[in-house]
Ligand binder design. Structure first.
Ligand SMILES: O=C([O-])[C@@H](O)[C@@H](O)[C@H](O)[C@@H](O)C(=O)[O-]
Ligand SMILES: [Mg+2]
Length: 429
């Protein structure tokens, strides 16, 4: 009988072009890092996935990978147990917090176990789908929708990187409200998105509020969100939301901490959303104990422990009357496809999901860039994830990785190249 036991796990770090996007921590570096995971069975099947590419994550995956040898692709619970036993954070969350400003919860060391489980789970589910001749969405209970809606994720940005390793991106500069409206127009024309999210916390709040009001005027009726990544004080958050009265669908992480969010929630009608203060079940419980100041959880299977764990989160959100959507970081098509299978399988998902995809111009999957239709992605019907790796593209993106010296995302250090006095201390406004 053919054995489908896992024989080998291969993790390939990659780097791809990323525009100079501004945020509360600083600015994106010219290369974004990811990892491509390939899990091979004795029978020669290969399950794939995409995850974080920073050094601690690569080390954690290398440490955990041997534990998968001999496992059946169906043995997800065994994989959870083995990975948990092998991967223990080297620093406590509080030690780590003092050393780095992180807008990307997935890069936080306290999430290492959940991140590694997720990285392997998706690739194992890709294998399961190939074995069962079923798309991943069916393994998750079937599609509750045929297409998953995503939002136009707008950023303030410079026209080019300070040290330019390649030609400037086609989006140009976005600092003024009219440039923001032009960015939105271009993204919506190209992808058909219906909802709009503005990454804020980068420019003075009055400028960002003016930007959002310009968007509201240019796209009447479009659901709008603003995300200052906790870079506003409670009073600035309240002042801004008052100026944005009647405009916002939800208000994402305006100020630091659950206590701060609770103060804002008390005085504002717009529901608060987060990918910063409810990032695991412990924080979920705190939010519940405080009477749920956060009303919408922006999930991300990459750090919530995988597709099944995010489905469990969905149940928790339903139980506590919370909304659910999805957070993103710079990523390529395998992550986007996994998000699509998951989002399609979660009836409770209540808003268009975030994606950085329009900001990337490269791909690692066969057939090139994924195609959005009317702002959404159709749920793949081919077995497993339904996408396969293009080996040449993988080799090229790995070569990018070898040629850059970036090994951990550091938006703050990158911003200091533009402005040596930039401290990144938060909340800045
Ligand atoms: O890519 C960025 O600059 C974002 O700010 C990202 O790091 C955040 O994690 C994220 O998109 C968010 O919604 O907070
Ligand atoms: Mg956010």
């Amino acid at each position: 009988m053919t054995s489908h036991a896992i024989r080998h796990v291969r993790v390939t770090p990659i780097a791809f072009r990323d525009p100079p996007l501004l945020n509360a921590a600083g600015i994106h570096e010219p290369w974004a890092l990811r990892s491509i995971i390939e899990i091979e069975t004795d029978s020669g099947l290969v399950g794939i996935n995409e995850s974080y590419g920073d050094l601690p994550m690569l080390e954690a995956m290398a440490k955990a990978a041997p534990a998968l040898t001999g496992l059946s692709p169906w043995a997800l619970n065994d994989m959870d147990t083995r990975v948990t036993a092998l991967v223990t954070p080297r620093q406590t969350a509080s030690e780590f917090q003092g050393t780095q400003i992180s807008l990307a919860p997935g890069t936080h060391v306290s999430k290492t176990v959940a991140k590694v489980i997720s990285a392997f789970e998706v690739a194992m589910m890709d294998l399961q789908g190939q074995l069962a001749n079923a798309p991943v969405v069916d393994l998750l209970g079937g599609a509750a929708r045929e297409s998953v809606p995503f939002s136009a994720y707008l950023f303030y940005k410079y026209a080019e990187h300070i040290e330019t390793p390649y030609a400037p991106d086609p989006w140009g500069e976005t600092l003024a409200p009219e440039q923001l409206v032009a960015q939105a127009r271009r993204m919506i024309d190209a992808y058909g998105f219906k909802s709009i999210k503005l990454k804020a916390g980068a420019l003075p709040p009055e400028q960002e509020v003016a930007g959002l009001l310009a968007l509201a005027k240019a796209f009447p009726g479009a659901p709008l969100r603003i995300d200052p990544n906790a870079n506003w004080s409670v009073s600035t958050s309240l002042k801004a939301v008052e100026q944005l009265r009647g405009v916002l669908e939800y208000y994402e992480d305006p100020c630091p901490g659950l206590e701060g969010m609770a103060e804002v929630a008390k005085a504002c009608e717009v529901p608060l959303a987060t990918n910063m203060v409810v990032t695991d079940l412990k924080e979920f419980r705190r939010n519940a104990e405080m009477g749920c100041p956060v009303k919408i959880v922006l999930s991300d299977h990459h750090y919530w422990g995988g597709l099944r764990a995010t489905q469990r989160l969905s149940l928790m959100c339903e139980t506590f009357g919370l909304g659910l959507s999805m957070h993103s970081n710079s990523h390529l098509g395998i992550s986007l496809t996994a998000m699509t299978h998951l989002a399609a399988s979660v009836p409770h998902l209540s808003y268009a999901c975030d994606t950085h995809y329009p900001w990337q111009d490269d791909e690692v999957v066969q057939g090139g860039r994924l195609k959005f239709e009317a702002g959404g992605l159709r749920v793949p019907t081919a077995p497993g994830l339904g996408v396969r790796i293009d080996p040449e593209a993988l080799a090229r993106l790995h070569d990018n990785y070898l040629r850059t010296d970036i090994r951990n995302r550091d938006d703050l250090a990158q911003m200091r190249k533009y402005d040596a006095s930039f401290t990144g201390a938060q909340p800045r406004y």
